[in-house]
Ligand binder design. Structure first.
Ligand code: AMP
Ligand code: GLY
Length: 426
């Protein structure tokens, strides 16, 4: 089969690397891709948010049998619907189901209606009413812009002054554009053992009826060591999550994962694809922080390398709604990904720095913001490379990753040195 992955980042490179292992793949494509995807796929220089251009390309390329839509924006705008209408088979939810990520207000209403554990919240489209509610709640408090905001639409506020300013920014100054026309004001959850609360990402394959969770992982969203500094797209991940147990998995399946898939069906929004559960173990039990309608980035970089089953078989079983026929198996051990970023990220940074790569052992370099320019590999984004290693334990994998990083450089390269060591006491 000829398979196209839509997207440009590390997640897409990681999906392509997993698909490449499938015996049934003849050729891979990536729209638009990066220097890493170009090594294993044909990069297609079409803007995937220009649906007319995507459809034109697809009608000119009937040899593409299957399309994986990986990023949130094209899912939310209905690219899967458009491609399916023209007869292409796809992996990813339709627009109707992708709303579970695209609208935080929808997600909160769904959880309230179906008793899925999450932080208490209220949604507002009126600034004065929102402000009044905020003042009755006090701090700490969390503000969330309703729509997609590049992962930046969440403000965790320690004090009321900060929260009032944040609310003004979102609702009056439109700092997140239309995404902030509606704002969710949410109780700030506390971790059972850690501050900030301990988070775990659970990605799950679902065909709308059967749902199969993947191995767990933990993200590091903040820019600096010790989970300090600004929020980013993710500075590193490791798998498995240290506080995950069989009991916790059962609780999460029974109270969160299965009820969410059923709730979406009951709402007439059957979800088919990868459903991402961002969870927090709080002092009041495990709760949902957020849903995503897609694979996580950089979670995918540590989850898919551990998959033993053919990914294309799983994707097609999801599309054809026969996921219950497939046995999904995982390797034992651990996997770590450390993200190498451009100096200054997540604020302003310079692109076009030449990347030097020496001996990286048996680590895998998953490309995010890279491009080939005059035959040279140069930086082309904030998050540039993910360095990924498997090991018997997380420590084993971490050692390999950081040894490899010693042999990678460009001007201004920055990264966290503490990926993989949190939640050690379980
Ligand atoms: P989100 O984009 O919804 O994942 O939120 C970004 C980050 O904000 C999460 O990963 C949490 O660390 C934090 N966060 C979101 N909601 C809450 C909450 N209700 N209580 C505490 N922290 C939160
Ligand atoms: N790593 C978080 C996300 O993909 O949204």
């Amino acid at each position: 089969m000829n398979v196209m992955v839509i997207g440009n980042g590390g997640r897409e490179h990681a999906i392509l690397l997993a698909l490449k292992k499938s015996k049934r793949i003849e050729k891979l494509y990536c729209m638009k891709g990066n220097a890493g995807t170009a090594e294993i796929a044909e990069n297609v220089d079409v803007d995937y948010m220009n649906f007319d251009a995507v459809k034109k390309y697809m009608s000119e390329h009937p040899e593409i049998d299957y399309v994986v839509v990986a990023p949130d924006d094209p899912l939310a705008m209905g690219l899967v619907d458009e491609l399916e209408t023209m007869g292409k088979r796809c992996f990813g939810p339709d627009k109707n189901a992708a709303i579970i990520e695209a609208s935080k207000a929808f997600a909160k209403e769904l959880m309230q209606k179906y008793n899925i554990p999450t932080a208490k919240s209220q949604t507002f489209d009126d600034y004065d009413k929102a402000l009044e509610y905020l003042r009755t709640q006090g701090a700490p408090i969390v503000l969330k812009a309703d729509g997609l905001a590049l992962g930046k639409g969440v403000l965790v506020c320690d004090n009321l002054k900060q929260a009032e300013e944040g609310l003004k920014d979102m609702m009056l100054a439109h700092s997140f554009g239309a995404a902030g026309n509606k704002v969710v004001i949410e109780e700030c959850m506390r971790g059972l053992k850690y501050t900030p609360g301990e988070e775990v990402s659970v990605l799950a394959f679902t065909d709308g009826t059967t749902v199969v969770p993947m191995i767990t992982s933990c993200d590091h969203k903040r820019a600096q060591n010790g989970d300090k500094g600004l929020n980013t797209g993710g500075m590193g991940t490791f798998s498995p999550c240290p506080f995950w147990t069989e009991e916790l998995e059962k609780e999460v399946m029974d109270t969160i994962i299965v009820p969410t898939v059923r709730a979406m069906n009951a709402e007439g929004r059957k979800f088919k694809g990868c459903l991402y559960f961002g969870l927090m173990r709080t002092d009041k039990g495990i709760k949902v922080v957020e849903y995503n309608s897609r694979f996580g980035d950089p979670e995918t970089q540590v989850v898919l390398p551990m998959l033993k089953t053919d990914l294309l078989d799983i994707f097609e079983a999801v599309t054809d709604e026969r996921l219950s026929d497939i046995k999904i198996e995982w390797e034992d051990g651990a996997c770590v990904c450390v993200v190498l970023a451009s100096g200054g990220y997540p604020l302003s940074y310079v692109k076009g720095k030449e990347i030097t790569i020496g001996d990286v052992g048996d680590t895998v370099l998953v490309h995010a913001g890279t491009v080939l320019k005059d035959g040279k590999l140069v930086t082309n984004g904030g998050r540039v490379l993910g360095v990924v290693a498997k090991g018997k334990t997380v420590d084993d994998a971490r050692k390999k990753v950081y040894a490899a990083i010693d042999n990678i450089s460009w001007e201004g390269m920055s990264y966290r040195t503490d990926i993989g060591i949190k939640y050690r006491e379980g």
